[in-house]
Design a protein around this ligand. Structure first.
Ligand code: ADP
Length: 448
């Protein structure tokens, strides 16, 4: 045999080397690919290396999927936090800002581009926050001034820290400006109501004691009873106005199915105004001159959709105020105008005491009065214009006030065309042409 056993051994040796080199080459391809880690470029091999590459490729794909899924989840969570109406700030163990949403940027004045990884204590310098942060007692929130707060537009935020994980903290902030304002208004309102009721009640109690303890003549007794009845009437007016207000706030908006004749509203206002004027000027030489449109004009005003009690209350309050704040001898003019856009305007003009401009924006606040004693003397509760504002707003109408101190005031309510029907504009217009311009001397009207 050629070569003999040595030849066979040499051949086997060479074959082993060839196999070793080939296997080494396959192994190094797999290693090279693993170093890159791209599952797309995995070498396609047979045998053990092929299987190893295949398994590694599947593992890498799986890991890739998991990373992408957790990225998507994280993105979703951050988007949800971004959409939150509250400010959200994530702090690490040292109090560095890791992430915050836009609301937190607005509340604290943070800038994500600039302030990430800054210490929150260095950025929120409010002493109340520093105290809160240092005390490390986060069981309650702390109220701070918002970064955008100004004297004209104060902003208050409530801030609370919530520890989580390994020493990390979640900082939540909420705008509580409206809440605090509502709370302050509620407190003022309760204080005002108590005051309005307590004052006549105290007077009444005093009279009762007097009647019980002092021997009085019949005349004196009658006089005291008269004054007691006045105080009781005052309390009753406050309670009735409060009930009206609460009904206005609590009942559904007026629909479009009930139509009220404007004529009826105007006639009733006229009767009330004349009655009130007669009472107020009973012992005086001069009376009020009260001018309402003639009946045919009232009729030409058509109908208005809404709740009769609310509409009547709004119109009567304005006319009665004109009588109450106009000294005897003054003039009160009431008209109902049709405007070119189809709206209608109810206007009351008086030649009374007038109102200084700084009071006008506040007149519709509950219990706001310019002249307390005149309001009280004429049976006012301080709630009339608050009722008017609510009632007209509920009917889609607006209230405008213009006035000059010492000369008089004009109160106008503009009703939208959609709530009106059956008016005869030509009759109304010809009447207006006969009247003097009611707003000639007043400032620009303020819409309330
Ligand atoms: P009051 O019951 O005190 O009249 P209102 O809410 O009706 O309360 O009015 C608020 C305040 O507005 C009044 O106290 C008064 O000072 C002022 N006011 C209202 N109407 C007139 C008017 N026609 N002329 C002058 N001042 C008015």
């Amino acid at each position: 045999m050629e070569g003999g056993p040595w030849g066979a051994i040499a051949g086997a040796g060479v074959a082993t080397w060839v196999w070793f080199i080939w296997d080494f080459w396959r192994g190094s391809r797999v290693l090279r690919w693993l170093r890159q880690g791209d599952p797309q470029t995995a070498p396609s091999l047979r045998g053990m290396w092929g299987e190893a590459a295949d398994r590694a490729r599947r593992l890498i794909r799986q890991a890739d999927h998991q990373i992408r899924a957790s990225d998507a989840r994280l993105h979703d969570i951050l988007s949800a936090l971004q959409a939150s109406p509250n400010g959200v700030v994530l702090l690490d163990e040292e109090g560095h800002i890791e992430w915050c949403n836009q609301m937190a940027e607005a509340h604290f004045g943070f800038d994500v581009g600039r302030d990430l990884m800054q210490t929150v204590g260095n950025l929120v310098r409010d002493p109340d926050f520093t105290r809160y942060y240092n005390a490390q007692n986060f069981s309650r929130p702390v109220a701070l001034q918002g970064r955008s707060s100004t004297t004209a537009r104060p902003v208050r935020i409530s801030v609370q820290l919530h520890p989580y994980g390994d020493g990390r903290k979640l900082l939540l902030s909420q705008d509580i400006t409206a809440l605090e304002q509502a709370e302050a208004m509620r407190r003022d309102f309760v204080a005002n109501v108590s005051h309005e009721i307590r004052t006549p009640l105290t007077v009444l109690t005093g009279f009762v004691e007097t009647l019980q303890t002092l021997p009085l003549t019949d005349d004196e007794r009658q006089r005291y009873l008269g004054m007691m009845s006045q105080q009781a009437a005052r309390m009753q007016s406050v309670v009735l106005d409060l009930l009206t207000l609460s009904r206005l706030e609590g009942s559904p908006l007026p629909g479009m199915s009930d139509w009220v004749p404007v004529e009826a509203l105007l006639k009733r206002s006229e009767e009330e105004a004349r009655g009130l004027s007669a009472t107020l000027t009973v012992n005086q030489q001069k009376h009020h001159e009260i001018i309402f449109p003639p009946v045919e004009t009232m009729r030409a005003a058509g109908q208005i959709a809404g709740i009769v009690a609310e509409l009547q209350s709004a119109l009567s309050n304005l006319v009665n105020n004109a009588v109450r704040y106009t000294p005897a001898g003054g003039r009160i003019t009431v008209c109902w105008d049709m405007l070119d856009n189809g709206n209608a305007r109810f206007v009351v003009t008086d030649t009374g005491v007038g109102i200084a401009p700084e009071h006008i924006p506040r007149l519709t606040e509950r219990f706001y009065r310019v002249d307390r004693s005149r309001s009280r003397e004429t049976g006012g509760t301080g709630l009339g214009l608050a009722i008017v504002k609510h009632a007209v707003q509920r009917h889609g109408a607006t209230l405008q006030i213009s006035s000059v101190v010492g000369k008089g005031s004009t109160f106008a309510v503009e009703f939208p065309a959609m709530r009106l029907r059956g008016a005869q504009p030509q009759v109304l217009k010809s009447q207006i042409a006969l009247q003097a311009p009611h707003n000639a001397s007043a400032h620009e009207p303020a819409a309330l």
